[in-house]
Design a protein around this ligand. Structure first.
Ligand code: GDP
Length: 309
């Protein structure tokens, strides 16, 4: 992820660190390079503009101009702004799941068809069942997880979740295409309560595009389930289009976080920054392989540090 961005940004940083003096000219040159690096990584133009504007304001500020090592100070500004752009401004635990509540903690998965919802449901279930989840830096232990599919339009989707649940070693509640999604949700909640599951993950139907019926349906599910986490799953290969999809889901649902999938492909990663910006919600996980182990929690600060080299 961000390989090109990393090589371009680290070049800028290296040059800057070597500058004994910051002039109007070399500051402009640096901003131009950063702008190009972000655009090339597929970050959307309004997001890039705002980012550059913020760096520029601070670059002209006392902390940088008055510093004994202005190049270094400016690197500090870029680093801080990049961390914020990646979600670091949302607080250190923004990327964690909020599972601390009366069980079952419900996680609702939202997104277009093909985004990786079902795969991510399996990945999350496995991760939680194996005790991967941390809160305030501490593992919260192995969770008893139940998954269910509310996709009544594609029998194959229900089958797929069953397979994935088997691989993840978690409980699967069968559902069928003659049920109503709302009834599946109510039934799953009852089942999870009765059998003392810590977490219930509800996979939902997706469409190829944004569709009003789909949105109304998932809003109804949200009302019934009252999930502690509503995760928007988005394919990073969508590039710029990811922004519009994210906006539509964010307007329709109180999202709590984003999962960006398929970062192992040709994606340049910029969608992560744009989606984070338009939704104002933290990127919680990234998908880095088709396999169930291919899920990683996202850490803004670490990622920003890596990009800057
Ligand atoms: P859904 O329609 O949203 O439930 O999407 P699926 O979970 O069925 O995923 C669609 C396709 O993307 C499948 O072929 C998955 O194996 C693949 N996929 C999902 N997440 C990832 C990922 O992080 N990396 C890669 N390479 N493929 C993924």
């Amino acid at each position: 992820m961000f390989d090109n961005l990393t090589s371009r940004m680290s070049r800028v940083v290296k040059t800057l660190r070597g500058e004994a003096r910051l002039t109007e000219a070399n500051t402009q040159e640096m901003l131009r390079e950063v702008r190009l690096a972000l655009l090339e990584a597929d970050v959307s133009l309004p997001v890039v503009r705002e980012f550059i504007g913020r760096v520029k304001d601070k670059a002209l500020g006392e902390d940088v101009v008055g510093s004994l090592t202005p190049g270094q100070a400016l690197v500090g500004v870029v680093s801080k702004e990049l961390t914020a752009l990646m979600g670091g401004d949302l607080g250190p635990s923004a990327g964690e799941l909020s599972l601390a509540q009366q069980p079952p903690a419900v996680i609702l998965m939202a997104g277009l068809q093909g985004s990786g919802k079902t795969t991510t449901t399996g990945k999350l279930a496995r991760w939680l069942a194996e005790g991967g989840h941390m809160q305030n830096g501490r593992p919260t232990g192995k969770k008893k997880v139940l998954v269910v599919s509310a996709d009544v339009y594609r029998p194959a989707a229900i089958e797929q979740l069953k397979t994935v649940a088997g691989q993840a070693g978690v409980d699967f509640l069968p559902s069928s295409t003659d049920q109503k999604p709302e009834d599946i949700a109510r039934g799953a909640l009852d089942h999870a309560r009765r059998y003392h599951h810590d977490v219930l993950i509800v996979d939902t139907a997706g469409r190829l595009g944004i569709d009003e019926k789909l949105m109304l349906e998932i809003q109804a599910l949200h009302k019934i389930l009252n999930p502690i986490e509503t995760l928007f799953v988005v394919d990073s290969m969508l590039g710029q289009d990811a922004v519009n999809v994210a906006k539509a889901f964010n307007d329709a649902l109180p999202l709590t976080g984003v999962v960006l999938t398929k970062l192992d492909g040709d994606s340049r990663g910029g969608a992560a920054l744009s989606v984070r910006h338009v939704t104002g919600k933290p990127l919680k996980f990234i998908g880095v392989s088709e396999k169930l182990a291919g899920l990683e929690p996202f850490h803004p600060e670490r990622m920003a540090q890596r990009v800057l080299g």
